[in-house]
Design a binder for this molecule. Structure first.
Ligand SMILES: NC(=O)c1ccc[n+]([C@@H]2O[C@H](COP(=O)([O-])OP(=O)(O)OC[C@H]3O[C@@H](n4cnc5c(N)ncnc54)[C@H](O)[C@@H]3O)[C@@H](O)[C@H]2O)c1
Length: 351
């Protein structure tokens, strides 16, 4: 059966969903959109959609069995619950809610309705993330013990609602939610402490840059960083493993792995380096022949698999990839980040 989907919030991301579903997901037809801004009607109808003039009109339309919610974050909870109560399957944009309490209410509504409810954590399909995952799955450079995941820019701008607290603006909610979701998906262990520093360099109400240090119960730790005021960029990923290091520079996956040579008997002298103010043996450069440089593994990834999974869950009872329970963990880490910033200290937890 072909599913009929309506979009609530036909702005930047709502229209992105429309275009990309139309191009890649034959099992879904996007038929309509609702937006509180009447001027959006023109764009929606030009793109072949029916424009609903009220939320109720959309909710009462029984031809629509799926809804994608792509409004600013503070509206997600009520809209998702209303859609579920009217028997619609729901995909909600990230961050799915403002806090874990809201998401718990949404999850209860989903359970009661028996309908699908998922969060659009599309960056699990990013090539750079899938590459990091593959390096670990293949045990290419040993066991990971420290991971740095960052997204940096220098535009010093956060459009529209993104700079307002009431809308759930700020970089922790906007980009942090993606990077934290990736790390929780990657590392099979509870988060046991969170230490965060949020900055307001050019915004008045919300964070525009942040760093968060997460410790996991299995001994691994990770740094998550989002910067909008960074003029000398660092790599997207820097991963330290017991037998080597991996670096991914950017979304296109330029980068490399450097691994200890497998020839354990190889001999080399422990040189001393004399820096201007003193000698060091520990930090003397390692002879190049004692390591091997490897290319990053090749991966294929396709964002369309997100919606294909949604359809497969509805039609065939497949296992949902992005589960609300996982989004709940992400929101609890985000809450610990805000708490750490408020108290100026590390927060002990088990998330
Ligand atoms: N997953 C991703 O890669 C990604 C990327 C960008 C944005 N997003 C998320 O998508 C959502 C929307 O972001 P955006 O960049 O498209 O914002 P946007 O401002 O471009 O669009 C939001 C639209 O929602 C409408 N709207 C506001 N309140 C509404 C309501 N109560 N009912 C109906 N419509 C309403 C606005 O009029 C606007 O057209 C946010 O949750 C954001 O975090 C996700």
């Amino acid at each position: 059966m072909k599913h009929q989907l309506a979009i609530i919030g036909y702005g930047g991301m709502g229209s992105w969903h429309h275009q990309n579903i139309r191009e890649s997901i034959p099992e879904i037809t996007v038929t309509g959109a609702f937006d509180i801004r009447p001027e959006v009607e023109e764009a929606a109808t030009k793109n072949g959609l029916y424009f609903y003039h009220s939320l109720e009109e959309l909710l009462e339309d029984t031809s629509v069995d799926m809804v994608t919610v792509a409004t600013p974050n503070n509206f997600h909870k009520d809209l998702v619950i209303s859609c579920l109560q009217h028997g619609k399957h729901v995909v909600c944009e990230k961050p799915v809610a403002m806090n874990s309490g809201e998401l718990t209410e949404m999850m209860k509504a989903a359970e009661k309705s028996g309908k699908l409810f998922s969060v659009h954590q599309n960056r699990r399909w990013d090539k750079d993330y899938v590459t990091i995952k593959k390096i670990l799955e293949e045990n290419a450079i040993g066991a990971p013990y420290y991971i740095e995941s960052r997204v940096q820019g220098s535009r010093r701008s956060m459009e529209g609602w993104r700079s307002y607290k009431v809308n759930g603006g700020g970089m922790v909610y906007d980009w942090g939610v993606h990077l934290i979701d990736q790390l929780l998906d990657l590392i099979p262990s509870p988060v046991v402490s969170v230490d965060a520093h949020l900055f307001q360099i050019f915004t008045k109400e919300v964070d525009d840059n942040f760093k968060a240090f997460l410790r996991f119960e299995n001994g691994l730790s990770a740094l998550v960083e989002i910067a909008t005021n960074c003029f000398i960029l660092q790599p997207r990923w820097h991963m330290s493993c017991t037998d080597g290091t991996a670096v991914i520079e950017d979304w296109e996956c330029h980068g490399k792995m450097v691994k200890l040579s497998s020839d354990e008997k190889m001999e080399w002298t422990n040189d001393i380096v004399y820096t201007a103010a003193g000698p060091t043996r520990t930090m003397a450069p390692r002879p190049v022949h004692t390591t091997a440089q490897l290319p990053l593994p090749e991966v294929t990834t396709d964002w369309a698999d997100y919606y294909k999974n949604i359809v497969d869950v509805i039609d065939n009872g497949a296992d949902l990839i992005v589960k609300p329970q996982q989004a709940l963990r992400v929101l609890r880490v985000i809450e610990a980040i805000f708490e750490s910033q408020k108290l100026g200290q590390s927060i002990k937890c088990r998330i």
